[in-house]
Design a protein around this ligand. Sequence first.
Ligand code: C5P
Length: 226
Amino acid sequence: MPEFHALVPAAGFGARMGNQLPKQYLPLAGKPMIAHALETLCACADLATVFVVLSPDDTQFHCHDWSHLGDKLQPLFCGGATRAESVSNGLAASELEPDEWVLVHDAARPCLTQAHLAKLIAELSGDAVGGILAVPVADTLKRADSRQRIECTEPREGLWQAQTPQMFRAGLLTQALRQCRSVTDEASAVEALGLQPRLVEGDSSNFKVTYPQDLLLAELLLNKNR
Ligand code: C5P
């Protein structure tokens, strides 16, 4: 049986957060934001290793004590200029076998649960391509013109919001990212190969902390689930 591993790109700066400290290290419910996802991933019995891809210039990771996560947590100081580059560099450094599964998860999605992981792995481990957690779009979608006036209403039928983890075999993902670097998620690179990753329905609690107001919501959810 091929093993499952997680890879957490955490080499970004979180410019939209407007903070000096990179987003993944902002305090959230008593610990740095990144600790929440890393602890959830390390506690998942199906995952053999949790790689975390950090910037070569990272000064924060070793300021925290990670010993409670044991050898399962493997920091790799090889992040790149974009998320795709960080994932690609991390995959190369991980030396995973081509048929091993890798679950790529944003450091900035701290509300990931064991239930999300279990559903993703159960639905995809027999899949030929792999896939992602996602949620059907709930709001009405407006397209804006250059003056920020509504140009039209876009039909939302069949539209989903991509989340992470995104789960693919290491070999396929490496090949996909080698051919397509200008993507904002792993699935887009796999799609560019002409393949159709599966959408596994998650829920909105696994949102990405992007703006300052997201921190409060994440903190409420994390404290409620303790
Ligand atoms: O900026 P955004 O929230 O889209 O980043 C998503 C994830 O990708 C974050 O965990 C961030 O740290 C990571 N990232 C990275 N390397 C970059 C840019 C972003 O690992 N160069």
